[in-house]
Design a protein around this ligand. Structure first.
Ligand SMILES: [Fe+2]
Ligand SMILES: [Fe+2]
Length: 401
């Protein structure tokens, strides 16, 4: 078992004793340090560079700065877990924490829960080994939305006539809003018995006041600026994602996957290229990758990424989704959508559906892409392949009208 180092920050000394006993009993090999104030925590973080910081909500530094926001800026690679004794999971302080915390736990919690949160988040490094990208992804405060959808949502929350269903429909069409909403609703603050994978359900669970607070006060969403990277169209990326969601769901249904797996396939299809969006924060990454592809090259974008960085947008996206607590099946499908052979056994219908949906849409769009032969040779895939190919081509044609 891996030994992790953790800094706990909590103004209540009794909590320190509790955490110390807990770690000693369950993970004696971990090293832990404690701080009563934000400044003390920051000093310990500076000297220890821990794997994770676990802190009470709104721990402040003496200059009024927020501990988590500072860690996010200075050490984005450190996992940030917020603990809250707030009785109301939807208070503004909690909602604001979604910008800087990766994971959330509501007090009181079971010791095993905290250990699991830390281990699961730290274990995600197996997907993304490039330290530079771990920093970029770990420090992401915002995700850009499609400008049209962003303005639609702004108008919707102002309108007295709009229903939660309609708001859910807008959010479900946007990759970034979907991810953010699922991050929040799946946090332990809301204490839901099972993971939510559907943004419309998430919106209903959060309720109109939380959605309004997220849009108007917390300002969780924002519109993507134009032409961030030459040659990369946000509109195309969104259209591709929403088509991949539909095709992946159809494939999962035809593979007789459970209703839950079909929903997860839809979500994985929608989010599979979210890494491309994250890496916009790192323009040098795009420039190096795009420069390595010459005009008459048959090399795909992801092949170029693997060549230059030994990793890709797939792993970067999965790393963020995992940090934000999205379901493991979705995280795995996103991580391996270009290279399912990274796994020893490819048997998840969610991964099979996501890989195929992406391949079929790229092929229909005449983009170079390679199909995994193990998946292609599955009898149930061979039987339906042409049907799915037609569906992908038809969706692409409709999207161009
Ligand atoms: Fe991709
Ligand atoms: Fe894709």
């Amino acid at each position: 078992m891996k030994a992790y180092s953790i800094v706990f920050a909590d103004p209540d000394k009794n909590m320190h004793d509790g955490h110390r006993r807990l770690i000693r009993a369950l993970r004696p090999e971990w090293s832990v340090a404690f701080a009563l104030t934000g400044r003390e925590a920051m000093n310990k973080i500076n000297s220890l560079r821990p794997h994770a910081v676990v802190a009470e909500l709104e721990m402040e530094l003496e200059n009024g700065g927020d501990l988590f926001k500072t860690v996010q800026k200075v050490y984005p690679e450190i996992i940030r877990i917020v603990l809250s004794g707030e009785p109301d999971g939807s208070s503004e302080a909690v909602l604001r924490a979604t910008q800087s915390a990766h994971r959330f736990l509501a007090k009181p919690f079971k010791g095993e829960q905290l250990i699991e949160q830390i281990e699961k988040a730290a274990d995600l490094r197996r997907f993304l080994r490039n330290p530079e990208l771990v920093e970029v992804v770990g420090g992401i405060p915002y995700l850009p939305s499609l400008p049209g959808l962003y303005h639609e949502l702004m108008a919707a929350v102002e309108s007295p006539l709009i229903s939660l269903q309609q708001i859910g429909d807008i959010i479900a069409r946007d990759v970034s809003m979907t991810t953010r909403i699922l991050h929040l609703v799946n946090s332990a603050f809301f204490g839901l018995p099972r993971q939510v994978t559907n943004p419309q359900t998430a919106v209903v669970l959060l309720g109109i006041n939380v959605i309004k607070a997220l849009v108007c006060y917390v300002k969780l969403f924002f519109a993507a600026p134009d032409n961030i990277i030459p040659g990369l169209s946000i509109d195309r990326l969104w259209a591709h994602s929403s088509m991949a969601a539909q095709v992946a769901k159809q494939i999962a249904a035809d593979l007789k996957a459970s209703p839950q797996a079909q929903e997860e396939a839809f979500l994985a299809g929608m989010l599979h290229d979210i890494g491309k969006l994250l890496l916009l924060e790192h323009p040098r990454y795009y420039h190096r990758v795009l420069n390595s592809i010459s005009d008459n090259d048959e090399k795909s974008f992801s092949d170029a990424e693997y060549q230059v960085f030994s990793t890709s947008h797939a792993e970067a996206g999965a790393y963020l989704l995992g940090l934000w607590g999205l379901p493991d099946t979705v995280v795995e499908a996103v991580a391996c959508h270009h290279r399912p052979d990274r796994l020893q056994f490819v048997n998840s219908p969610v991964l099979i559906a996501t890989h195929l949906a992406n391949v079929l849409l790229c092929k229909a769009d005449k983009e170079p892409v390679s199909i995994n032969q193990v998946i292609y040779n599955l009898p149930e895939v061979k039987r339906m392949f042409e049907t799915w190919q037609k569906k992908a081509a038809q969706l692409l044609q409709e999207s161009r009208k």
